[in-house]
Design a protein around this ligand. Structure first.
Ligand code: ATP
Length: 242
């Protein structure tokens, strides 16, 4: 199987409002897909449907062949998901939270300890391991979220703004980590930082008002205008009616 993520005609309505409108795409192992779009475009809602946090109104999504609605536990086994914002359970320490996640993922004893230590090392959390999550800075909270997404070394990663709130050094570290993991995984990242897309994504999708407007390589997209930034604006800004 080449595509680890398969999205087919995915749609989400909130009342009479369509947040995600007939979206279809696949992501293969080895691809890092940059998911771009203005605020409110439907990126997080699409990612939440992939992660099983929001039920689609219609259409399907599969992770490693497992339907996210019909086979939610099987689909989640193959998925690491970084939601927007901070991790839940703010009163837990970093170590206790990751131990809880390891337990839920089915790891016990020395294997759990090894997984937790490895995830902390990847995200540079050792120095704050005994600190309650609510007392961490925004960037450290993001890194705790990333650590829980990576803990079981899943083949599919869905990361909602993974570098949001990180300082320049940590942004660099997380991009390096994503690039390092890329050959063995299918990865979707949403971001508002267009340079990030050129730096680490092999492919970019631009979405606005719930619809896919472009799906190509960052270089091909950037070549459609003077820069990726200019092409993004041209595609996503509402056209003036003459
Ligand atoms: N639970 C909900 N109920 C009603 N409307 C919602 C709900 N969740 C999202 N929406 C709406 O759906 C639209 C898409 O939101 P979404 O969070 O997916 O956008 P986004 O592309 O991730 O935006 P941002 O870049 O600001 O994070 C927005 O108009 C949002 O207000």
């Amino acid at each position: 199987m080449s595509a680890l993520i398969e999205i087919d005609r995915l749609t989400k309505n909130f009342g009479g409002f369509t947040a995600v409108d007939d979206v279809s795409f696949t992501v293969a192992r080895g691809e890092v897909l940059g998911f771009l779009g203005p605020n409110g475009a439907g990126k997080s809602t699409t990612m939440k449907m992939l992660a099983g946090f929001v039920t689609p109104s219609s259409g399907t999504a599969r992770i490693c062949g497992e339907d996210v609605v019909d086979r939610p536990v099987a689909a989640k086994r193959h998925l690491g998901y970084l939601p927007e914002g901070a991790p839940t359970y703010p009163e837990m320490t970093v170590a206790a939270f990751l131990a809880f996640v390891a337990h839920v993922r089915g790891f016990r004893g020395s294997e759990a300890a090894d997984r937790i230590a490895h995830a902390m090392r990847l995200t540079t959390l050792e120095g704050v391991r005994l600190q309650p999550i609510e007392t961490l800075s925004k960037g450290f909270k993001r890194r705790v979220g990333l650590a829980q997404a990576l803990l079981h070394d899943p083949p599919v990663l869905v990361l909602d703004e993974p570098t949001d709130g990180l300082d320049p050094n940590q942004k660099h570290e997380v991009r390096r980590l994503i690039a390092q993991m890329a050959p063995n995984k299918a990865i979707i990242i949403s971001t508002h930082i267009l340079e990030e897309v050129s730096a680490i994504c092999s492919r970019a999708i631009i979405i606005a008002r719930g619809q896919v407007l472009a799906d190509s390589t960052p270089a091909e997209l950037a070549g459609r205008g003077s820069s990726l930034d200019a092409v993004f604006r041209d595609l996503t800004l509402p056209k003036e009616v003459a």
